[in-house]
Design a protein around this ligand. Structure first.
Ligand SMILES: [Ca+2]
Ligand SMILES: [Ca+2]
Length: 292
């Protein structure tokens, strides 16, 4: 027993372990050890707090130096940029730039309507924005706008479902390609069918519809080609669109409802320069793109 007690006393603070207490019933020594340990812990806490405060101060100092270096780096980069521009000399002007433009022209994109199809051409990297239905004013109404591509998933804000008097009117468009007379032998099977359309995004490109051509000029890429189409010559005009030569019918409908209509466009010589243009010939068209 004495040997165990001596061993516990030699262990100091560790003598507080329960198995030792069982062998050291001296309450004074026990409380003395507890107090000693509390004093030790209090001192340890004070020392630790001081060390943490010192390290926080060091971190603040390092952070301040980092901020200074970051600012120094930014200032140096600006100075280097200015020196590089001075070394390059004044900007050279080309037909596509002028003194008000940035030396680096941001890339732009363009959209076009692919008439007659519910897909976008895959000859270039186009993205379809939406597909829909060709539409416009009624062919007998004088108050109408150009052909437009209405999306298949319309949304409305405020509306009523009365047929009000004071309104502009919108009708779906249909092909007037006069089957079974196949002259020219194009799109005749689509007569009286409704017309699909798609709006296509050409990233980093500009696009152009060229009437009267089946191919693009040098440097341009053909998106699609087709036939120029418009409203019947004695009806209210809606402009011209380029209908894909492989145009399709929308939903197979051929109800002959005659809302907005789409006819081939043929030339009449006179002011129209012939023989480059051909009397009575249906005009072609092509949609071209070029990277800019
Ligand atoms: Ca019709
Ligand atoms: Ca003709």
């Amino acid at each position: 027993m004495c040997l165990v007690l001596a061993l516990c006393l030699l262990l100091g603070a560790n003598a507080l372990e329960p198995q030792c207490i069982n062998y050291a019933p001296n309450r004074f020594e026990y409380e003395h050890n507890v107090l000693e340990k509390l004093v030790y812990l209090e001192q340890f806490k004070t020392d630790a707090t001081e060390r943490i405060a010192a390290q926080v101060q060091q971190l603040h100092t390092v952070l301040g130096k980092l901020l200074y270096l970051e600012q120094f780096k930014e200032d140096a980069s600006e100075k280097i940029s200015v020196l590089e521009k001075q070394l390059q000399g004044p900007p050279t002007h080309s037909p596509l730039t002028n003194s008000t433009q940035s030396p680096v022209t941001p890339r732009s994109s363009s959209t076009y309507v692919h008439w007659g199809m519910n897909t976008c051409p895959n000859v270039t990297a186009t993205t379809m924005v939406y597909s829909g239905q060709a539409a416009g004013g009624h062919h007998l109404h004088t108050g109408s706008g150009e052909y437009i591509c209405l999306p298949n998933d319309p949304e409305y804000d405020k509306y009523n479902q009365n047929n009000d008097e004071n309104r502009s009117l919108m009708y779906g468009a249909e092909y007037e390609t006069h089957a079974p007379i196949t002259n020219p032998p194009a799109l005749s099977d689509l007569h009286d069918h409704d017309v699909p359309c798609s709006v296509c995004l050409a990233r980093g490109k500009t696009t152009l519809m060229i009437p009267g051509r089946t191919s693009c000029y040098s440097g341009w890429t053909k998106e699609y080609q087709g036939y120029l189409m418009g409203e019947y010559h004695s009806y209210q005009g809606k402009g011209y669109v380029c209908m894909d030569k492989n145009a399709e019918a929308l939903n197979g409908t051929d109800a002959d409802l005659n809302g907005a209509l789409l006819y081939f466009v043929e030339g009449r010589c006179g002011n129209l320069q012939c023989p480059q243009y051909l009397e009575g010939a249906e005009l072609a068209c092509v949609v071209c793109s070029i990277t800019i």
